[in-house]
Design a protein around this ligand. Structure first.
Ligand code: SF4
Length: 118
């Protein structure tokens, strides 16, 4: 039998992608997003699989084509892996004040440094 911990969760563990999907907290306040979605309109077959796959419901097919809400897209790339036409892609953000870490080791080191300051 598991016993629930009474210890409060640290701020960085109190939210997940569901918080973003429900549009509760601006994406950039909650997570580092270094990539944004691109769509090759010449090859997109408008199948909607990218919209179905998006964990934060940032892809809308109401117009018959994928419309990506770039304010909420999290750059996870799940939609890219689901696209049968290889029309969905990712592009590095150019609007950030800082550069993306060069690799996962540097990223994790930065996260640990930031958490130790909290
Ligand atoms: S999964 Fe690919 S082909 Fe289908 S709507 Fe999305 S971008 Fe277009």
């Amino acid at each position: 039998m598991m016993v629930a911990s009474a210890r409060p969760r640290p701020p960085w563990r109190q939210h997940n992608v569901g918080t973003i999907r429900r549009r509760k907290i601006p994406r950039d306040s909650l997570m580092a997003t270094y990539f944004l979605r691109t769509t090759n309109r010449d090859t997109c077959g408008s199948c909607g699989m990218c919209a179905e796959a998006c964990p934060v419901e940032a892809v809308d097919m109401a117009s018959g084509e994928p419309a990506v809400d770039l304010d909420w897209y999290i750059g996870c790339g799940v939609c890219v892996t689901r696209c049968p036409d290889e029309a969905a892609g990712l592009a590095l953000r150019t609007d950030l004040a800082h550069e993306a870490p060069p690799d996962f080791t540097a990223l994790h080191r930065t996260i640990l440094d930031e958490k130790s300051k909290a």
